[in-house]
Design a binder for this molecule. Structure first.
Ligand code: SF4
Length: 82
């Protein structure tokens, strides 16, 4: 998968630990940075495609990504039954 987009992320010159927080406040801090990142969508898709379990990617927490993946699986299942 193409990773050139990483060089355009708002986080490119930031401390990576900001995006691997230990608590909810840290998650919110990272999400505020991601909010207007120009590569937010591709960053999220990268994390979903590669099943990245840890950290904030594309403005989503680990829990939010698990929810998105679950919803996609259910949608796919429902579509296959129609
Ligand atoms: S969306 Fe967030 S984690 Fe992804 S590249 Fe942008 S700032 Fe970095």
């Amino acid at each position: 998968m193409d990773t050139d987009w990483m060089t355009r992320g708002k986080c490119r010159d930031m401390d990576p630990t900001v995006f691997f927080p230990n608590d909810g406040i840290g998650v919110q801090t990272a999400q505020r940075i991601c909010a207007d990142c120009p590569v937010k969508v591709v960053c999220l898709e990268y994390a979903l495609t590669n099943r990245v379990d840890h950290g904030v990617w594309g403005g989503t927490s680990e829990r939010e990504r698990r929810r998105i993946l679950r919803q996609r699986r259910l949608s796919k299942l429902a579509a296959s039954r129609n």
